[in-house]
Design a protein around this ligand. Structure first.
Ligand code: FMN
Length: 351
């Protein structure tokens, strides 16, 4: 049977009206303290006819903040701000989950509140720089290695973030396991030199992500928890000699949890079919991503239960309609990706 983009699909407890997913995108439009803004409410409400919105990478605690004006899900103000977003999406008939993103060593003291440290599995500074509103481009901090007890505390923060997300009206959460942020820092050999129960071979390095997912699933139910992975990703100075095998190991460990979905991106590794890897080792429903558009989106459904779009959603809030009616897509403006204000964020006129 040929699947189509416009038919419903169930991922765990999530009942999507269609198979078009809005992929998470950091857009830096929150208030300086991480409270979601009225602009964010409008942005997500405009896109509510997606089968599922995965809202942007959001920090579970201030230590995990990577970017200025990136939202959090830690304080009562965060929960109240997100509640306005989720209410607007639900009123428009949509479904929305929150991506939980602890950035680990991808941090700068110029981004976080005073006194908040940058932490990581090991005290290894990431190569690269980050934009800060107060001091321009800055190198990433040299992180402090977390103690074993502190790692356990960060796992508990993930459970609390999942509970806070549900209190804010989200239908579920997705753990950000790609792009060199904390779960990937634990998983990959280049960033994890620990000798305790969170460091060693791939089976042990997978423990942190697994424990976070278990804690989140215990808090809100596995059918409302997803995971995002991208085997072979080297973003933010990430390296692992055996990335495909390492990711397969994590997928096998996660499999018995019965999560809602695995959100898997195409691999940059030559010859690696990340979707096939995920089908073999994760076994549950897949949302496939990266480089899909009107020309190949239906084809993507041979690989996964649903397909997600990021860049096409930037300038096409009505992407579902454009795909259904075969309308041309508008191009987005790189200059306004991360700038405050409505330009390039909420101001796209429908065709
Ligand atoms: C502006 C921008 C911000 C992004 N922020 C996130 C993020 O917060 N979390 C994440 O997992 N991926 C993030 N991504 C990656 C996208 O979700 C997606 O995987 C990537 O753009 C490829 O999909 P596409 O070809 O449909 O654009 C971001 C991408 C863009 C362009």
């Amino acid at each position: 049977m040929t699947r189509t983009l416009f038919e419903p699909v169930r991922l765990g407890e999530l009942e999507l009206a269609n198979r078009i997913v809005m992929a998470p995108m950091t857009r830096n439009r929150a208030e300086p303290d991480g409270t979601p803004s009225a602009l964010m409410r409008e942005h997500y409400a405009q896109r509510a006819d997606a089968g599922l919105i995965v809202a942007e990478g959001t920090w579970p605690s201030a230590t995990g903040q990577a970017y200025c004006r990136q939202p959090g899900i830690q304080t009562a103000a965060h929960v109240a701000g997100w509640r306005r977003v989720t209410d607007a999406v639900h009123e428009a008939g949509g479904l929305i989950v929150l991506q939980i993103m602890h950035a680990g060593r991808i941090g700068s003291r110029h981004v976080k509140p005073p006194g908040v440290e940058t932490v990581a599995p090991s005290a290894l500074q990431a190569a690269g720089q980050v934009h800060t509103d107060s001091a321009g481009m800055q190198p990433f901090d040299v992180p402090r290695a977390l103690s074993t007890d502190e790692v356990r505390a960060v796992v508990r923060e993930h459970a609390q973030a999942a509970l806070n997300a549900r209190a804010a009206g989200f239908d579920g959460v997705e753990l950000h396991g790609t792009s060199g942020y904390l779960p990937m820092q634990f998983l990959c050999s280049g960033t994890n030199r620990r000798s305790d129960e969170y460091g060693g071979d791939a089976a042990v390095r997978a423990r942190f992500a697994l424990e976070c997912l278990q804690a989140m699933a215990n808090a809100i139910g596995p059918g409302r928890v997803g995971l995002r992975l991208n085997p072979g990703n080297t973003y933010n100075d990430t390296s692992d000699e055996e990335s495909a095998a390492t990711h397969a190991e994590l997928m096998r460990q996660v499999r018995p949890l019965g999560l809602a979905y695995l959100h898997v991106m195409r691999s940059p590794l030559p010859g690696l079919d990340a979707f096939a890897l995920a089908r073999e080792h994760f076994g549950g429903p897949l949302i496939v991503n990266d480089g899909f558009g009107p020309e190949n989106a239906e084809q993507a459904l041979q690989a996964g239960a649903a397909v997600s779009f990021a860049r096409h959603y930037i300038a096409n809030p009505d992407l579902v309609r454009r795909l259904r009616e075969g309308l041309p897509l508008q191009r987005f403006d790189r200059k306004t990706l991360y700038t405050p204000g409505p330009a390039g964020y909420t101001d796209h006129a429908p065709a």
